[in-house]
Design a protein around this ligand. Structure first.
Ligand SMILES: Cc1cc2nc3c(=O)[nH]c(=O)nc-3n(C[C@H](O)[C@H](O)[C@H](O)COP(=O)(O)O)c2cc1C
Length: 160
């Protein structure tokens, strides 16, 4: 079974989880990158990012270096921005044809997942089987515990 981990990460939390899943699953990794990404990691990111969510901006992605179509199982992860998937993830989900896959969705946030996982599942469920959903809280604050949780979840998804 060919497995791909697709993720977007602004500050590294979702990347940490994506890497733990990829190691456990022996998966390839596709990191989504936007053409227009601010350098600032300061407080202004909340205004810049929050505005994108509320304005339903769909940022242009840099070309994908893996083709999701050739994989059987996809793990797809995003940070939560304004209770929703980060706009880069929405760009990917709305513009990439994903059909006939097993898909497990995950998100990272400071608080609750909001409607993030539901929204991702809603987009994907029409043409795919949703094989799992998982939420992580600020993984970089407790990297070992979070990576263990990610590895355990990946194993569960793999045997289902
Ligand atoms: C623009 C923006 C909006 C955010 N909105 C939320 C939110 O609505 N709820 C929440 O719990 N965390 C929110 N966060 C926090 C991130 O989801 C959290 O820090 C996450 O771990 C970041 O993942 P990353 O490091 O992979 O980018 C927001 C962060 C940013 C930058």
């Amino acid at each position: 079974m060919k497995t791909l981990v697709v993720y977007y990460s602004f500050d590294g939390n979702t990347r940490l989880i994506a890497q733990a899943i990829a190691e456990t699953a022996g998966a390839d990794v596709l990191e989504l990158r936007t053409q227009d990404q601010p350098q600032s990691k300061g407080f202004s990111k909340y205004f810049w990012g929050g505005r994108q969510v509320f304005m339903k901006v769909r940022p242009a992605l840099l070309p994908l270096d893996k083709d999701p179509a050739v994989y059987d199982l996809l793990f797809i992860g995003t940070p939560v921005w304004a209770f929703a998937p980060a706009p880069a993830m929405s760009s990917f989900l709305e513009k990439t044809a994903i059909r006939g896959k097993r898909v497990a969705v995950f998100c990272c946030s400071g608080g609750g997942p909001g409607r993030t996982l539901g929204r991702m599942a809603e987009i994907l469920a029409a043409d795919n089987v949703i094989a799992g959903r998982m939420h992580f809280v600020e993984p970089r604050r407790s990297p070992q515990v979070s990576a263990d949780k990610a590895r355990q979840w990946a194993k569960e998804v793999l045997v289902l």
